[in-house]
Design a protein around this ligand. Structure first.
Ligand code: HEC
Length: 372
């Protein structure tokens, strides 16, 4: 079977297999934003043959001095380095090629990959019956979404996703209570070919010919205009090549409150997915708590939950602050005081006023209450 090497395989290798040695790709693009606490810049770049289609996405920059120097609007050239195991990538050898537009661009406002706790986009898709449905129609249920195209010839990709979803469907069906509170959605990114009739036929093959299964598992396609924001928001990457579409494997669990709960790409089994769906319908964690936890893990835990020799002062443990009633500095442990500490920073701790919105800060404070 012919299958274009290049992006297709590179993406698959990147997400699924271990590469045998470190790879580099040249990047040219424009800085759109930066996050000093995460050592990241967001770069809008053109096609990177063999690595990724044109896209705006964050990259780690380990050279701290360079990271400080970079500003939104800067045009840069750099090398993308992909680690030996294919799981990590970052920028090296970053050069600013043009700083005349410095400060003249807005931080990205369009879609970017949603963090757990953030609401899915209200995107319309057309299902196997030709009916318009929206991702937000499934509130109250745990919704498991994946992406395929029916012509996909790679047995380890779309057919695997669909056959594993079929097992999940069969498993959930054993419990009418769980069946009623869950839903599966397979979305095709090949709307020209994957018409409702084609999707219907494709779906029936995985439902053992039982049409009633469509009430629990929709097979839909998304039009070209809505595909790219949807894909970006859920981390799907794809590129059309002749008759094939190179793409990453993405599974997304949306909680009953309509917020993203969890992502998977390669490391999963159908039983993991069922387990997570069950948790999503049974536990009462609100989206705010999931969001606060995600922010804490990304921004605070690396200093506060580990001993970090790079810091001049050992950060205090944040567990039990509210029980103790005072902060390590002696200030009162109130929501207001914590908000101020996060926004303005504290002595050797960095300020987060440029990184976090007010709602984000509130979500972290709420999560700190949980750490008691
Ligand atoms: C780069 C490391 C670092 C990061 C990231 C960081 N902190 Fe801190 N934090 C510190 C250090 C160091 C201190 C102690 C400051 C001192 O006494 O000099 C501190 C102190 C605190 C205190 C105690 C303030 C007081 O009055 O005693 C709180 C609360 C706190 N951090 C919350 C957070 C939260 C919430 C986040 C995530 C949004 C966060 N920190 C991220 C390093 C960090």
């Amino acid at each position: 079977m012919k299958f274009g090497l290049s992006l297709a395989l590179a993406l698959m290798l990147l997400v699924s297999l271990a590469c045998s040695h470190r790879k580099t790709y040249p990047l040219q693009g424009e800085v759109r934003g930066k996050d000093l606490t995460a050592n990241e810049v967001t770069v809008n770049h053109g096609d990177i043959p063999g690595f990724m289609p044109a896209m705006t996405m964050p990259y780690k920059v380990n050279n701290r001095a360079m990271l400080q120097e970079l500003q939104p609007g800067d045009k840069i050239a750099a090398e993308i380095v992909v680690s030996q195991d294919g799981n990590n990538y970052w920028l090296e050898d970053v050069r600013i090629t043009d700083e005349s537009r410095r400060g003249k661009v807005q931080e990205p406002t369009g879609p970017r990959m949603l963090m757990p706790g953030e609401r899915v986009l209200d995107v319309p898709v057309v299902n196997q019956d030709g009916r318009l449905i929206r991702l937000t129609d499934f509130q109250g249920k745990a919704l498991l979404i994946t992406f395929i195209y029916t012509r996909c010839p790679m047995p380890n990709f779309c057919p695997r996703l669909s056959s594993q979803f079929a097992r999940i469907h069969d498993e959930l069906k054993k419990s009418p209570g769980e069946y009623a509170k869950t839903h599966l959605l397979t979305i095709s990114f090949d709307p020209d070919y994957d018409t409702p009739a084609i999707l219907r036929k494709y779906g029936l093959a995985y439902l053992d010919g039982d049409e009633t299964g469509f009430s629990h598992w929709d097979f839909a396609s998304v039009n070209a205009k809505d595909l790219s924001p949807l894909a970006e928001s859920l981390g799907l990457q794809y590129e059309r090549q002749d008759n094939q579409i190179a793409h990453t494997m993405n599974i997304v669990l949306v909680a009953p409150d309509g917020t993203v709960r969890q992502y998977w790409s390669t490391e999963w089994t159908w039983t993991d997915l069922v387990k997570s769906m069950r948790h999503a319908i049974h536990d009462s964690v609100s989206s705010g708590e999931v969001h606060g936890h995600a922010l804490y893990s990304r921004l605070c835990a690396r200093c506060h939950d580990t001993s970090n020799p790079d810091l001049r002062k050992e950060p205090p443990n944040l567990h039990g602050l509210f029980r103790a009633n005072v902060l390590p500095s002696g200030a009162p442990a109130t929501d207001e005081q914590l908000r101020r500490t996060i926004i303005a920073g504290f002595k050797t701790m960095p300020a987060f006023e440029h990184t976090l919105s007010e709602a984000d800060v509130d979500a972290i404070v709420r999560y700190l209450h949980k750490l008691n």
